[in-house]
Write a protein that binds this ligand. Sequence first.
Ligand code: HEM
Length: 511
Amino acid sequence: MEMEMLILFLLLPFVPLYLFRLLNSNARKSITEVDHHHQLQLPPGSSGWPIIGEGLAFLMTAKRGVPEKFIGDRRIKFSSSSHSKSSICKVFTTSLLRESVAVLCTAAGNKFLFSNENKLVHSWWPENIYTIFAGSDRPESHEESIRLRKVLSPFFSPNCLQKYVGIMDAFTKRHLDVFWSDKKQVKVLALTKMHTFALVCKIFLNVEDPSVIAKLEEPIQHIAAGFIALPINLPGTAFNRAIKASMQVRKDLEEMVQQRRIDLDRFRQTATASDVNENSNYQDLMSKLLMDTYSDGRQMKETDIADIANKLNGLLIAAYDNVFITLCSIVMYLSELSTVYDAVLKEQMEIASSSKAEGELLNWGDIQKMKYTWNVVCEVLRLEPPNPGTFREAMSDFVYEGYLIPKGMKLYWSVFSTHKDPEYFPDPKKFDPSRFDGGGPAPYSYVPFGGGPRMCPGREYARLTILVFMHNLITRFRWEKVFPDEKMVMTPFLLPTKGLPVRLYPHTSSL
Ligand code: HEM
């Protein structure tokens, strides 16, 4: 960080020149666009500081625990200058990650973006991500997304995932036995990270060796930090660390994929297709990706192996960060809300005791009974979403709410536009799982997993791992925070400020 501040300082003398060029180019751009679109204007907004734009304001509101304020303040500020029929601003422009970005701030805005995927907009990721995942297909590519989803969807479908419930349950029980039982106090952040990553390695890679897991986990911790770092690739910067970490993980994954391909080929020589499909060594995501790639029997190619390793790299990060952050938020809320805790405990105890033989593991039917517990998770994801939103890019000029959105402009949807807006969620600060009863929230207002064709493909996997973890944790312990005022804060990733140490109180056998 210090290195980045230094570089920023060194760049400061060039700011006036940059500003002059920026203003000129923006002015030229908007005149041509206005001519072309019969005097339509861009949405109201401000571009903030040169180079950093409004990125700092965005990060500061998040760090202060009020990420919704960045959007809320601008909606108020730009409401009077809004051209739309209603006076409340529905779209404004800002400057983030060195891009001019239109922020759509209503449920209708979410619907517009999600339902126009690959018609008016397509997915867009900041340039940092392409550099960090160098060599991979550009993740906004529509064809690549369809191809990836085609391969992933059988694996992530409820039909397939239900086979993993027992494995997840046994795995979670073992984790709690080793790292939580007989402890008076534990650090929840460290343990949920360890558990989430080990589980992902088991289900995605069929890897259980702690030394292999640790070798992958160490660099993976640095990758996400590089997504939003200043793009300065010099030793000591977060960006440089993320690039190196991603290369290291890819290299390790490539070796694993190569070895698995050899093992799989050997096994196939003596087995039938159904043997391969049923064999427990080849039920993981890596094996499925290999079987899909080589289903036509072609020779192993370096590029195929690198491609699979890249996909796994991205999936490991997506599954790891979002899930352990959610687990931390859940533990945090349940330590603060005793009536919610009691209601979850009651539901889970009923599942644990109902028609279960001694030692019998959870199954798919049990997961379906966890209705109240899932409502609690949904409410946690409304208030503390680990992924606050993503970008799209305009594929052609179009008009939104009376404003011109020129081709190439970036668009942003954010969970914070709607999740804490009283219009969609009355008394938005109140923790109220009953919001998800019946029909649930208004369409497109509750979007922790995004929406449309790019909606998170891992949501069912996330649901299972979270529910299985909650079942096991709550049926064993009650807990209290060591630091009563500790909160989850976005820095910019949502994390507990002190690592969430909790004191554990195992249930007595009478419970
Ligand atoms: C609580 C857990 C999770 C949350 C809150 C979450 C949230 C999200 C969100 C908001 C998006 C962007 C959707 C959009 O742009 O419309 C996304 C995309 C994605 N997520 Fe998740 N996610 C979670 C868990 C997972 C898991 C477990 C996996 C992996 C298996 C995963 C894999 C992905 C992938 C691959 C994408 C990109 C999809 C695309 O661009 O087509 N996520 N997720």
